[in-house]
Write a new protein. Structure first.
Lengths: 266, 369
């Protein structure tokens, strides 16, 4: 009983019996997921298994058809009004395509949540905070004045990451952060996430297809399949898990290559 | 749960400042005020009692440390926060300033220059686009099998048929207003009967085609720009090109042909509806019978007025179609750009239509047509 309570305090996200359906089509049924504070969890699964749907449900962007979701100890579903305040202030989201506001410069993009929630701060303070986040995301000072359309794909991801970090969130959601980046850019982005996670003490919920990302930065991996979480464990354990999809995924040609690369580094 | 931040001299060693509480973004305003009044100098800052620290708090701590002549590196914090202070220090204490934008007289001149350059480029682009479209049209004329009939009919429905109720209603209203104005002025001369000529000539020569063209400029040019612009930002136009297809043949010609067919037809509808509006007012407030109105119309209005009016329709159709499509092709990938281009296409088409109509009116008067 007491261990249960202690566990609950350490959990950043706790999902129980989640059900998501689009009309007749059921995406999740009885899905359970625990994300511990301060870890990087990699969420993997085949296309169409509902990784993004799960993220949207946790963020409150989508109302599930059943189940319980707790984010940072707040019940996200029954106490909607309180939960949305907590979730907005304590989570940052990096959407798949960045979702930067195309009519605002990068610095303005990062300032948007700061101005919205901390409007009492002086303008130059907000600007400095925005520039700090931009530099933390690995962009130069001059990137702040640029429009998203003037940035390359990798820089746009970094700018979107800066915006996601604007409010110093405890929880960071990343939806396929390395998709569309070249291998060198992807590796640099992985390293950046790891550095920031350490420096800011973030909990990171990371949806990815990228095996290299899983092997280099994730503390644990949750595999979604058959409408639920098949396994949620450190990578070594997941690799041995007996499920056809998991075996194909980790022991296919790409999985073996990533393992080999990891082994060489270690 | 959250402790307000504080910074004050240590009781034992007054030279050392001790920071306590939560140095987080949520307390940023308090911190800002606190650091304003904090001592101007210190031997050392002790941050080990800081409960929670985030990057905003670290930034302010770093600024203060620099202000009192120390650096964030000398401030001791809990081990868990050392990576954070390290990162923030590396960024904040190696500032690189960017130059501010200049808003002076030179800037104004530069902007005027850019605007002139823009207009020149747009005019050239429009003329070039006209040429390209005509060339493609000629190619299609030589090989009629390449003409896309299905999209053309689809656009005819959207551009023409769907606009009929709007054209009917607006023309009827304007016709009624003109008849009313005419009746009020002409009554003083006892010449109310001339309302028939006023409404007839005004609508046949000018208003029907002008109203229809302005309506379609707002309704259709904007739709064309937004459709093609969305395709442009989704790289669909590039896909069309790489598949060996011609975007002008595929997208522009069907729209242009649809407009060329439908605008004269809509103009005709607008003429009938406008005259009907005039008739309604004449019957209702001038005591004319419908027969009188129509007989008078037959006797006094020559068919040349109709031809003058309707001859302008294809020209306006070209303007609306060309500008609508060209602006769509010039969209540059952002939502902002789609908005700007749509606005620009409506503004350009409406002003060009009115400008050309004014020149045409002068021309036809001089020619006595």
């Amino acid at each position: 009983m007491s261990t249960e309570a202690a566990d609950a305090a350490e959990l950043a996200i706790r999902v129980r019996g989640l059900r998501n359906a689009f009309g007749e089509q059921v995406v999740h049924e009885g899905l359970d997921l625990d994300v511990r504070r301060g870890e990087i969890i990699g969420v993997v699964g085949g296309s169409g298994t509902g990784k993004s749907v799960l993220m949207r449900a946790v963020l409150g962007l989508r109302e599930p058809q059943g189940g319980r979701i707790e984010v940072l100890g707040v019940d996200a579903l029954s106490d909607r009004a309180r939960a949305s305040g907590v979730i907005e202030l304590n989570t940052g989201v990096l959407f798949q395509n960045g979702a930067l506001f195309s009519s605002l410069t990068v610095a303005e993009n990062v300032s948007v949540p700061l101005k919205e929630h901390y409007g009492e701060l002086p303008a130059d303070m907000i600007h400095d905070l925005a520039m700090l986040k931009i530099r933390m995301a690995g962009l130069g000072e001059d990137a702040g004045a640029k429009l998203p359309a003037q940035l390359s794909g990798g820089m746009r991801k970094r700018a979107a990451l800066a915006r996601a970090l604007a409010l110093d969130p405890a929880l960071l959601f990343l939806d396929e952060p390395t998709a569309g980046l070249d291998p060198i850019g992807a590796a640099a982005f992985d390293a950046l996430i790891k550095t920031l996670q350490k420096a800011l003490g973030l909990t990171v919920f990371l949806i990815t297809h990228d095996l290299d990302t899983l092997y280099t930065i994730c503390d644990r991996v949750a595999v979604i399949g058959d409408r639920r979480v098949l396994i949620n464990a450190p990578l070594a354990e997941v690799e041995r898990f007996d499920h056809p999809w998991v075996q194909d995924y980790f022991h296919g040609p790409r999985g073996r290559a990533a393992q080999a690369a990891r082994a060489k580094e270690a | 749960m959250s402790q307000p931040p504080s910074i004050e001299p240590s009781e034992r060693q007054p030279g050392i400042l001790v920071a306590r509480g939560d140095w987080t973004l949520a307390h940023a305003a308090t911190l800002l005020a606190l650091l304003e009044v904090a001592p101007e100098s210190a031997e050392d800052i002790d941050g080990r009692d800081i409960g929670r620290l985030d990057s905003a708090g670290a930034m302010m701590l770093s600024r203060y440390a620099v202000k009192v002549g120390l650096g964030l590196a000398t401030v001791e914090v809990q081990p868990a926060y050392q990576p954070l202070t390290g990162t923030v220090q590396a960024i904040c204490e190696n500032p690189r300033r960017v130059k501010r934008t200049d808003y002076g007289f030179r800037e104004m001149l530069a902007r005027m220059g850019f605007a002139v350059e823009d207009y020149t480029r747009e005019t050239l682009a429009l003329v070039g686009f006209l040429g390209l479209t005509l060339k493609t049209a000629l190619g299609v004329l030589l090989r009629p099998a390449r003409f896309r009939l299905t999209p053309t009919v689809h656009h005819m429905e959207q551009v023409g048929l769907d606009a009929v109720p709007l054209v009917l209603l607006l023309s009827f209203m304007v016709g009624a207003v003109i008849a009313f104005l005419g009746a009020t002025v002409l009554r003083d001369f006892g010449a109310e009967i001339f309302v028939v000529e006023l409404v007839g000539i005004a609508f046949l020569r000018e208003f029907a085609v002008l109203l229809t063209a302005i309506l379609l400029a707002g309704r259709t040019a904007s739709a064309f720009t937004a459709q093609i612009g969305a395709m442009q930002s989704g790289e669909e136009i590039d896909a069309i090109r790489t598949l060996g297809l011609d975007p002008i043949e595929l997208l522009v010609l069907p729209r242009l042909v649809a407009l060329l067919v439908m605008l004269p037809l809509l103009t005709f509808i607008a003429m009938i509806s406008g005259i009907a509006g005039g008739l309604a007012v004449s019957v209702a407030s001038l005591g004319m019978t419908p027969e009188m109105f129509i007989t008078r119309l037959h006797e006094t209005i020559e068919v040349r007025h109709f031809w003058v009016g309707v001859s302008k329709a294809p020209v306006f159709a070209m303007i609306i179609g060309l500008i609508g499509c060209l602006e769509g092709f010039q969209v540059q990938g952002t939502a902002q750009s789609v908005g700007e281009r749509t606005t620009s296409s409506v503004v350009q088409t409406i002003s060009l239509v009115i400008l050309l109509d004014a020149f045409a009116a002068l021309f036809f008067m001089e020619m006595d047509w």
